[in-house]
Design a protein around this ligand. Sequence first.
Ligand code: LMR
Length: 398
Amino acid sequence: WFGHVEPAAKDPILGVTEAFLADPSPDKVNVGVGAYRDDNGKPVVLECVREAERRIAGNLNMEYLPMGGSIKMIEESLKLAYGEDSDLIKEKRIAAVQALSGTGACRLFADFQKRFLPDTQIYIPIPTWANHHNIWRDACVPQRTFRYYHPETRGLDFASMMDDIKNAPNGSFFLLHACAHNPTGVDPSEEQWREISYQFKVKNHFPFFDMAYQGFASGDPNRDAKAIQIFLEDGHLIGCAQSYAKNMGLYGQRVGCLSILCEDELQAVAVKSQLQQLARPMYSNPPIHGALVVSIILGDPELKSLWLKEVKGMADRIIGMRKALREKLEKLGSPLSWEHITNQIGMFCYSGMTPEQVDRLTDEFHIYMTRNGRISMAGVTTGNVGYLANAIHEVTKA
Ligand code: LMR
C-alpha cells in the first residue's frame, strides 16, 4: 500500500529544531524557531500563566468545549484585536471561533475561503512565514504573491507593494502580517498602513490579518493592533488570525482565535455556523486548557496588567539583544552594515546572510537557523551573543 510514499521534505523551520536537538555539541545555539527564551536560554512560563493555572487547578472539568470553542476566550480575544470598546463587538458583527493557534486560524480561514469564495485567490507577501504557502496550498486556494521586502535596504519595498496591490484584480484577498512581520521584522509605518488601507478600499480587496506576534512589535499588544484599527476606521470587512503562542508563551497549548468581520449580525451568525461546520470533521472542537488560561488572564484586570508587563519584558529583552549583537559585530570590525539588526522589530532579524553562509554557521559553529538568513532574536542571550557575533563575522567577512 505504501511503497510509493517518499519521505517528505524537512520543514524549513521545525526541521532546524530537529537538527539542533540531534547535535551533541556543548556550544550549539538555536536561533531557528521563533520561540522565546530567557537570558539563560530556557523556555519561559509567564507568571500570569502560572497564576491562571493555580486558579484552574481543582476546578477544571474535562468536558467538551462547543465546536466554536470557549465563548469567554473569544470575547476577550476580540477586545484585544478590535478594541476594548469596539462598536463592532457590541453590534455582534464579528463571526469568531477558537482556533488551534495561528496556524489553525489561518487554515480554517483558507478552508472557508475555498468553500464559500471558490473563485478567489490569496495574495501572499514575499517573503512570508513558510507555512503560509503550505496552508493555502492544502486548502486548494490558488496563490499569488506581492512584493514586500527590499533586500538592498533591508526594509519595506513600499512602492512595489503598492504597485502589486493596485495591479491585482479588484476584490482580491490579501494576507497581511498585522505586526512584527515574519521573517523580515519589517512593518509598514502608520502612514503607509493608511495608504495601503486606502488602496484596498479603492480596489475592494479583502485583508486577512495574521497577528501571531501581537505585543512583540512595540511591547504593547494594544498598540500592535494599530494596522487593524486603521482598516476598521476605513470601514473594511476583515479577517484576523490571533495566536497566544508567542505573547502568552502558550506554544504547545495551541490556542488562538479566527474572526471574520461581517456586514451585520445575521451574516456573522451564518459565517460562524459555517466555521463550526468546517471544524467539526477536522477536530470536532478545540482543546480546553489553553483557552481557560487565556480567559482567566484577559478577564482579570490584575492578571491582565501582569501579562502586559511580562510581554513588554520579553520584547525589551529582545531589543537589548539586538543592540548587543549589532555592537559586537561592529566591534569585531565587520565591514558590513548591521544597522538593520536594530531597525527591524519583533522576534526576528532578517540578516541578509546567504543559505551558504548559514550552512557554514551550522557546520562550523553549531549555530542553527533557517536557511533564509532569519535569526530568531528570542534565542539570543547574554551568554551566546558574543559567540554568535564572532561566527557571523567569520562567515560574512570577505
Ligand atoms: C516560526 O516562524 O518560527 C514560528 O512561527 C514557529 C513555526 O511554527 O514555524
